[in-house]
Design a protein around this ligand. Sequence first.
Ligand code: ATP
Ligand code: MG
Length: 353
Amino acid sequence: MAIISDDDNKQIKIKNEDTTSSQTTYDMSFENNIRPKKFEEYVGQSALKSTLKISIEAAKRRELPLDHILFYGPPGLGKTTLASVIANEMNTNIKITSAPALERPRDIIGLLMSLKAGDILFIDEIHRLNKISEEILYPAMEDFSLDMTTGKSQTLKSIRIPLPKFTLIGATTKAGALSGPLRDRFGIIHRLEFYTDDELTSVIKRTAQILEIDIKEEGAKAIAKRSRGTPRIANRLVKRVRDFAIVKSDGIIDENTANKALDILQIDKFGLDNTDRSLLNLIAEKYNGGPVGIETIATALGEDVKTIEDVYEPYLVQKGFIQRTPRGRKLTPFACKCFNIKNINDLQQTFEF
Ligand SMILES: Nc1ncnc2c1ncn2[C@@H]1O[C@H](COP(=O)(O)OP(=O)(O)OP(=O)(O)O)[C@@H](O)[C@H]1O
Ligand SMILES: [Mg+2]
């Protein structure tokens, strides 16, 4: 995948272009190496994959582009990856950008006008699109056209420019933050789920194979268990554990090496790191189990609200450790049991352990 910049230096990645770029960093090439390219390499999300395969097959038979698609779910679950898998399966080009890069009307107009029939336009963080850009997108998505005005006050004329038929794939960690009219223009809307330990074990084995890391089944399982249901974290941990195995052992990742390395990285058996544990402790110790507002939690932890909401909270909620209530976040009795929290009077009165 070549990476080019548009005239304002905002990065747009274009697949299948015959260009190379010196901007390609090590991390990007690592990402590209391990990023699945086809459905059969894309682990898990089976319900979503089945639906997409049918839509792709139907679009191919009808010789039309796919309906616009919206993916939502926590970071690192494979939204961007899936968009490029779809482009590969459709055998089309994909242009990848992110809503904050589409600040001015001409950013999005330029991008739309550069599309060719059948292209996929991927907009990450689509909930952050500003109102003007969003309104430019409406007719583009619905009628494949751009509505523009030319001239000044008295001579103001509105013109309609046709666009080639394309597919917009939007991704967001916050489906709720998307405006109704924008959400309604997507024909396919899907939530990505956290991965099971077995699925993450497959992701880890695949990554290890690509990176030529010697890993045992039990070693992969041990890493999977602590990867908080997220392939991006699983891939990151494989690299960290590999470093540990090289320095402290024979370079082979078995169960013992994996567990030792993960203990040193302070990732516990639930996959929680220091920030997760501080968050739970804060609610338990300072707020008597909650409820406590997200702003208070963020300030106390020195994190921003968005990071707590997008990165930490979804997994803690999914694991059943915290509960979102209208009055704030609350520890669950399950969390108290798992972390042996005994001094929360309110919770102990309500629930028996
Ligand atoms: N289903 C999968 N199978 C194998 N690897 C995957 C899968 N999903 C994601 N990955 C790996 O995890 C990494 C993160 O995926 P990706 O960047 O697509 O996540 P994302 O949902 O777009 O995250 P963000 O919300 O932060 O943009 C990728 O490098 C990819 O290799
Ligand atoms: Mg992404």
